[in-house]
Design a protein around this ligand. Structure first.
Ligand SMILES: Cc1cc2nc3c(=O)[nH]c(=O)nc-3n(C[C@H](O)[C@H](O)[C@H](O)COP(=O)(O)OP(=O)(O)OC[C@H]3O[C@@H](n4cnc5c(N)ncnc54)[C@H](O)[C@@H]3O)c2cc1C
Length: 463
């Protein structure tokens, strides 16, 4: 993974974010938060604890948004976000501690790599993939400078592989797998052919030091703890927000609610689909930013088994399929779920292709077929499966934001700008350094809470 800068909280929570909005009013009308994902719940919790009246409208029949732990075969498994990306100075890790929810290291060691073409485990495979990734990251800035401004990440990968004369045919295949399917499609979620190389080089999202951790029992525990005591109204899709100098009027199927401010935390996918009408319309600069940004794809096949037959090979394994993109990464989720569970991850263009080609009923058997190829015909049938379709989920429309050709992280900053002092925006895609993550969503929610209530808006464990 790239750009593991150990960020500090003062960088994440600039004091300057207080200046543009109207000062807090007497608590005559509620602050209305649109969306009960981590950004919305973080904002609502901070404002509620600061003594403000807050109402959260959520379109679904559940809270959490993309931080969603669901039952698969009787155990809790994260269908959306699964890792806490680093613990050093990570406000999300601090929040988990303060809420009494510990996080556990993933314990991934060297990850075995299975190559379908040669029909076996690749000796030193993981090291080869890591070296390809490191060399790519070392070279890509220079290669990008020589390519046109509208070059894609795929152009960058091709330029890198094009100059790597020393690689054998197999090594080239492995490097292509590491860069296209792992580094870009799974981590970034963007299709390599539409993702901007310039933005990738100039504006990588940031993770914290300390390695990936998981929330035992799932992210749902964090979400539930944040939501405790809040006025959250489920099944209330917001269709319209009118705003003026004195406040906002938010429309849902139950009618209109007048509030002091609205904080919109819906995904870029939902904003692009224009599911919420704004009156007056959003400024041209914000609409242009929404038009340039986009959602990537990361999807999962969750497989719950009686026995963790894969475990002798480690806590994760990689699969280089004959058809690129089909189920490249498998992660053991047994410890976090509390029962034998395997999570298969695939993303980017490949995820779109798989979802287009197959119904859910066909996708899980395909993943099991891959497991039988790797571990042998006696791999048992799972006792339960779940296939995610974040791409088609009407309240998300993708997995998380990425920077397509023609966009830059400046568009994310623009997306987070308030409009007229009463209409505020949060959500992962409004954080130019921390997008695509739960910690980014949390920081964005707290950022907007502070814009309304100043430093009195705080979250447990975060100064
Ligand atoms: C498969 C997958 C894996 C991921 N893995 C990780 C990971 O390991 N680590 C990590 O840090 N991040 C991960 N992420 C990203 C992370 O989940 C998101 O960045 C984060 O949860 C976004 O939070 P949010 O509050 O900005 O948006 P959301 O969670 O999308 O919240 C927005 C809320 O608004 C609601 N809404 C939408 N429209 C309306 C409307 N009109 N009216 C009312 N409500 C509405 C939605 O239902 C939703 O609840 C992953 C995401 C996916 C999909």
């Amino acid at each position: 993974m790239r750009a593991h800068g150990a960020l500090t909280l003062c960088l994440l929570l600039p004091a300057g974010c207080k200046s543009t909005a109207a000062p807090p009013e007497p608590v005559a009308r509620p602050v209305i938060v649109i969306g009960a994902g981590v950004a919305g719940l973080g904002a609502a919790r901070a404002l509620h604890d600061a003594g403000l009246d807050v109402v959260v409208f959520e379109a679904r029949d559940r809270i959490g948004g993309r931080a969603y732990t669901r039952d698969v075969g009787g155990v809790p498994v994260d269908a959306g976000a699964m890792f806490v990306h680093g613990v050093v100075d990570n406000p999300l890790a601090a929040l988990c501690d303060a809420l009494g929810i510990g996080v556990e290291p993933t314990g991934f060691g060297p990850i075995p790599v299975y190559d379908a073409a040669s029909g076996g485990w690749v000796e030193g495979g993981f090291l080869q993939l890591m070296m390809a990734t490191r060399d790519f990251e070392d070279r890509i800035k220079e290669l990008a400078a020589a390519l046109p401004a509208d070059a894609s990440v795929r152009d960058g990968i091709e330029a890198f592989l094009g100059e790597a004369d020393e690689l054998s045919e197999d090594q080239r295949r492995y490097a292509s797998f590491a860069l296209t399917q792992l580094l870009i499609e799974i981590l970034e979620s963007g299709p390599p052919d539409t993702m901007s190389l310039r933005a990738y080089v100039e504006s990588p999202y940031q993770e914290f030091a300390g390695g990936n951790h998981v929330v035992p029992g799932g992210y749902g525990r964090v979400v539930d703890a944040l939501a405790r005591g809040l006025d959250i109204r489920l099944n209330e899709p917001v269709s319209r927000i009118a705003h003026d100098a004195s406040g906002v009027t938010v429309s849902t199927p139950s009618g209109d609610l007048r509030g002091s401010h609205a904080i919109v935390t819906v995904s870029v996918g939902v904003l692009k689909a224009r599911k919420i009408a704004f009156d007056p319309p959003l400024p041209a600069s914000k609409l242009a930013a929404i038009g340039r940004l986009d959602m990537g794809n990361l999807e999962k096949v969750i497989l719950r088994f009686e026995e963790p037959f894969w475990r002798k090979h480690g806590a994760a394994f990689l699969y280089i399929a004959e058809t690129p993109g089909e189920f490249p990464g498998f992660t053991d989720w047994t410890d976090a779920a509390g029962a034998p569970t395997l999570v298969c991850l695939y993303g980017g263009r490949s995820a779109r292709d798989v979802l287009d080609k197959w119904e859910d009923e066909e996708i899980a058997p395909r993943a099991i077929q891959a497991l039988r190829e790797i571990f042998g015909a006696d791999v048992p049938d799972p006792i339960a499966t779940h296939v995610t379709r974040w791409r088609d989920d009407p309240w998300t429309l993708g997995s998380y934001s990425y920077l397509p050709i023609g966009s830059s992280s400046e568009d994310m900053r623009e997306l987070g700008e308030p409009v007229g002092g009463r209409l505020l925006f949060a959500g992962e895609a409004t954080e130019p350094l921390l997008y695509a993550t739960v910690h980014g969503a949390l920081v964005s929610g707290l950022r907007e809470a502070r814009r309304i209530a100043g430093d009195t808006a705080a979250l447990p464990g975060i100064e």
